[in-house]
Design a protein around this ligand. Sequence first.
Ligand SMILES: NC(=O)c1ccc[n+]([C@@H]2O[C@H](COP(=O)([O-])OP(=O)(O)OC[C@H]3O[C@@H](n4cnc5c(N)ncnc54)[C@H](OP(=O)(O)O)[C@@H]3O)[C@@H](O)[C@H]2O)c1
Length: 356
Amino acid sequence: MSNEYHLLGSTGLRVSRLALGTMTFGEAVLGSHDWGADEATARAVFDCYLDTGGNFIDTANLYTGGRSEELLGKFMAEGGTRDQIVLATKFSAPVSQDNPNLAGNGRKNMVASLEASLRRLGTDYVDLYWLHSWDRLTPIEEVMSTFDTLVRSGKVRAIGLSNIPAWYLAKGQLLARARGWEPIAALQLKYSLVERSIEREHVPAALELGMSVIPWSPLDYGFLSGKYTRGADGPAGEGRIQAFKDLGFHQPPTDQHWTVLDAVREIAADLGRSPAQVALNWITNRPGVTSTLIGARTLAQLDDNLAALDFDLTAEQSRRLDELSASEPGYPYQIFDLATRSPNLAVSARPRSFRD
Ligand SMILES: NC(=O)c1ccc[n+]([C@@H]2O[C@H](COP(=O)([O-])OP(=O)(O)OC[C@H]3O[C@@H](n4cnc5c(N)ncnc54)[C@H](OP(=O)(O)O)[C@@H]3O)[C@@H](O)[C@H]2O)c1
């Protein structure tokens, strides 16, 4: 990985372009599949990521039942690496199965979850605290004011939202501005060559309102690594998708997804790169993306993925991937040109990033 760091949203926090996701740290058994990494492998992945210049590590109280945070706490303590890491964790998941206030995004759960995460991580602050998922109940006013209090307490340095509707994040950011509260620095969203729906609302909102986009599952649970083939009942081949598909967590690839994967494979072969590297390279260069969360169950996968920034796609290769993976704009987007443009004039806005 290059020694290049980008600022997170409108903060001064510098993060590497590839972030390490640790959802796989610890035992993660689903049915007959363990899609997690044991302690020795997790440690090797952690060490290798830091050795190559990475500084941005993501976990959650939910991951492997808290084991991911515990392992990270252990590795950071043993290596004395806490300060060099931009450490991010998340709340929303139930902390208790029988207390309705220890689940979701209310103030009580935000604070209780943070205290428990800090204990498991063996630290007294996190650099970035994420709301993991919208609970469809808690008012954004309560979430943002609690975030602000946590930042002022010193236990949290920056804040972010994951898995939320765009109207909710826009309301939250404007509220923070109006009230002088800590602004949202980043959005953690599912985004890949086979999942581009956030480009309609979330990416423009992030660019407009000064937030970084941090894609999760950029390989679509490993689909874009190219290790699966078309089987009679979905992807054939060993890997995490087999563990998740019975639960309905991984949507079966469509014909368009297989077409995109064919193009990724061809481009990878032309460049002498792996399909995973091509898919990751494409997403790291999308507008609004500051850092991309890579996932790895093995050290070999991490090595493969860390090399994703060592080359450039040609303009033609990028255009081909953009076009093949594009989805229909949908309403109301498909009527804008029709309703506002004279057909014999070409008018376009200057391309921009949120730093303009
Ligand atoms: N906010 C959220 O709701 C949310 C949700 C999901 C993830 N995340 C975050 O995003 C991070 C990354 O997500 P993800 O793990 O789903 O990312 P991903 O890159 O889409 O999938 C990673 C998985 O794909 C396979 N893989 C990865 N690289 C490979 C390679 N080079 N060759 C072959 N197979 C490869 C491995 O699984 P197998 O070997 O088992 O097939 C690996 O565990 C997570 O760790 C977590 O921090 C956040």
